[in-house]
Design a protein around this ligand. Structure first.
Ligand code: MSP
Length: 508
């Protein structure tokens, strides 16, 4: 399928953006870029979740009108996207009119499908998670109930509309069986299945004790449950309720990237509601893990949030991104520390990649006037290392299809190791004195391999990859994965640019 739609969760505007928000966004941007380089048409949306009690409370605490408050905080998230240089095609805010219309229509569809009834909610609610909990999901600490993640809960009794979630148990389980890749990683699929098997209760989908949200059209004293409002954003962004055919093809190939904490909403509530209004489901949901800060859970009360803006200013955008993508397999939790970042960045980016490229091109510049001396384009005689370079993209593609971004990067850097080994063994600086023809050929070969590396690294560290490709004077139109073959190899007399430093070493 040539069309793909990637979404981040939309972020609550109760607080400043932190590393968790940056992480999800970076993952999506990397996947989006990777697909574009394969020639695919990509929609990539992110945005802000601006309704609900949590946001209303935060506005009150700041002594601001909720409308002004959300405008202000949403801007911080928009700016984060800019700072991360992500190429999203939409930024959606749930306070926009287009979204209100879409969520209202979605609600109407649920009513028309006879999925909603009026009742009374009596139970536990966590404002922090904007989630209802059954008592069996809570623990008691100091005589107070809290969630397993330590979120406080409050007892709520109010009139509420309910969605008939309990009716969808068997159809959900059937769907998971038929679509084993719907929820990934596999461990999360198992988690979801056992949650559904343990029994689903009807879901309270409106609140009456506060005002900040989308009003239920026929009962304006009810505010739509913030999660129904929020999940619909994925449809709003593609034009719901008037989705053109073309956009529908994007939807069928939609990937929701989320954090593991919001799996239940995406993998259970969302598909059940979509099925109930007879709407196709997205293709898959990938739940990533959580970052801790030097071993400690990141929380407002501990004040140990990690500011992505600060990290980027201090260490560089590509460096920050590389660390997050490479350090832990996608799906696992990770521990953030500046020490680990510096060590990863120095060893992989500064030493292995940066030094290699700079050393070779500088020498080439000095001794060969930065001009390729050999065309290495005869398919039959290309060397092992050049061939391996062209094949690398297939290995990387396989990893990316399985969301193994860290492994994809590992494979790319194994190849960088191969190139370093090739330099150590061929020693062009030495052979230059005794056999300049061989040195020239080896260096031309290395430069062609840098072209390969530069193209493959674009989704992960786009700025450094661009620097490499600019130095090699690779045409803009020839930087796609399709150009990773001998046909596009650099030819004799191709002139390079001056080398630039790729990654300064951090001494921290
Ligand atoms: N508004 C909801 C999502 C609605 S999507 C229809 C929400 N917002 S959030 O701002 O609280 O969280 C957004 C994402 O950030 C979640 O996927 C969450 O997992 C992620 N992270 C928040 N803290 C995190 C870490 N410490 N580490 C990694 N990601 C975490 O939930």
């Amino acid at each position: 399928m040539n069309k793909i739609y990637i979404t981040t969760p939309i972020f609550y505007v109760n607080d400043l953006p932190h590393i968790g928000h940056a992480y999800t966004t970076i993952i999506c941007d990397t996947i989006a870029r990777f697909n574009r380089l394969q020639g695919k048409n990509v929609l990539f949306t992110t945005g802000t979740d601006e309704h609900g009690l949590k946001v209303e409370k935060a506005a009150k605490e700041s002594q601001k009108d909720p409308t002004d408050f959300v405008d202000e905080v949403s801007l911080n998230f928009k700016n984060l996207s800019k700072k991360l240089e992500v190429k999203n095609t939409d930024f959606i805010r749930t306070t926009e009119l287009r979204h209100k219309k879409s969520a209202e229509f979605f609600w109407k569809k649920l009513i028309d499908s006879n999925q909603i009834y009026l009742g009374n909610y009596k139970g536990w609610y966590s404002v922090k998670d904007e989630s209802f909990y059954q008592e069996k999901e809570l623990i008691k600490k100091n005589n107070l109930y809290e969630t397993l993640d330590g979120s406080p809960v409050e007892w709520v009794e109010e009139k509420s509309y309910f969605f008939k979630l309990s009716q969808w148990e068997s159809r959900l389980l059937e769907f998971y069986e038929k679509n084993p890749d719907f929820i990934r990683p596999e461990s999360r699929m198992n988690e979801v299945k056992s949650f559904v098997k343990s029994g689903l209760k009807d879901l309270s989908v409106s609140r009456t004790s506060f005002n900040w949200g989308i009003k239920i059209p026929e009962s304006p004293d009810h505010i739509m449950y913030v999660w129904i409002d929020a999940l619909t954003n994925y449809l709003t962004s593609i034009g719901y309720p008037k989705i053109e055919n073309d956009k529908m093809n994007f939807w069928k190939n939609c990937i929701h990237v989320i954090g593991k904490d919001i799996l239940k909403f995406h993998a259970i509530y969302w598909p059940a509601m979509l099925m109930s209004i007879n709407f196709p489901l997205p293709k898959s949901i990938f739940a990533h893990g959580w970052w801790t800060n030097e071993g400690k859970k990141i929380s407002k009360s501990l004040g140990n949030s990690i500011d992505p803006n600060k990290m980027i200013d201090e260490f560089g955008l590509d460096q920050f991104k590389y660390f997050l993508l490479r350090e832990v397999p996608l799906g696992n939790d990770g521990d953030f520390s500046e020490k680990a970042l510096v060590s990863r960045v120095n060893s992989d980016l500064s030493n292995n990649l940066g030094n290699l490229v700079q050393r070779v091109i500088k020498f080439f510049d000095k001794n060969f006037n930065n001009t390729v001396t050999h065309s290495l384009c005869k398919e039959k005689n290309i060397s092992k290392i050049q061939k391996k370079g062209y094949e690398l993209i297939n290995i990387v593609k396989k990893k990316m299809e399985k969301f193994e971004i860290s492994k994809a990067l590992e494979e790319i850097f194994f190849y960088v190791d191969d190139l370093n080994k090739f330099v150590d063994e061929s020693q062009p600086w030495k052979s230059f004195k005794t056999n300049p023809e061989k040195a020239a050929k080896d260096l031309s070969l290395l430069i062609e391999c840098f072209r390969i590396i530069g193209i493959i690294l674009q989704p992960y560290i786009p700025n450094a990859a661009k620097k490499i490709l600019d130095t090699l004077e690779v045409k803009e139109s020839e930087r796609n994965f399709i150009n990773l073959c001998v046909k596009f190899s650099l030819r004799k007399d191709h002139k390079l640019n001056e080398p630039n430093q790729l990654f300064p070493r951090h001494e921290k």
